[in-house]
Design a protein around this ligand. Structure first.
Ligand SMILES: [Zn+2]
Length: 175
């Protein structure tokens, strides 16, 4: 068990791998999330207002945002880009991707701050090959912040911008 990730350079690609720590080097703040159908969670194109499948049965199927966050992390012997999908990204961000998109609409300058806030954060990450098999980045299966007193990004941004949790926000939506 102790040899996970240590026996060969490809071990990380074959098994779930939990390095002793991952330190955040950078966050790709160009895109945090994407839009899916709120019923079947099929990925929607930027132009589609409704899911082509569900809208046949349901008039306003609607959509929601889910996270796809690319994070560059350093561990013992390498730096790599890993991808955090919705459940994992919520641990770091502290809110749903819909709430984040609203916040970003009201506070566009928050986009760059995410990188600054997470940089250097020490995390325990379990990494695995994407289920689809052809993904270029390892997927983060689970994340645990290691620093005592860790606060998710949204909590720190709300304090920074003087926004109460749940306060109404304005602005366009788009992540
Ligand atoms: Zn659908």
């Amino acid at each position: 068990m102790a040899s996970y990730g240590a026996s060969s350079s490809s071990a990380a690609a074959e098994n779930p791998w939990t390095p002793p720590y991952c330190s955040v080097v950078a966050v790709d703040t160009s895109a945090f999330c994407y839009r899916v159908c709120s019923i079947c969670e099929r990925t929607l194109s930027d132009t589609a207002s409704n899911c082509p499948v569900c809208s046949r049965r349901i008039p306003n199927a609607g959509s929601k945002h889910v996270y796809r966050l690319l994070v560059s992390v350093g561990t013992v012997d390498r730096v790599m880009v890993v991808v955090c999908f919705d459940r994992v990204a919520r641990v770091l961000m502290g809110c749903s991707a819909d709430d984040w998109t609203d916040f970003l609409g009201a506070h566009p300058s928050a986009r760059e701050k995410v990188g600054e806030l997470l940089q250097g954060e020490m995390l325990r990450m379990t990494l695995s090959r994407s289920r689809k098999g052809n993904a270029e980045h390892l997927r983060v299966a689970s994340v645990v912040p290691l620093r005592a007193g860790f606060r998710p990004v949204i909590d720190r941004l709300r304090r920074l911008y003087g926004v109460e949790a749940g306060a109404p926000s304005s602005g366009h939506r788009g992540c």
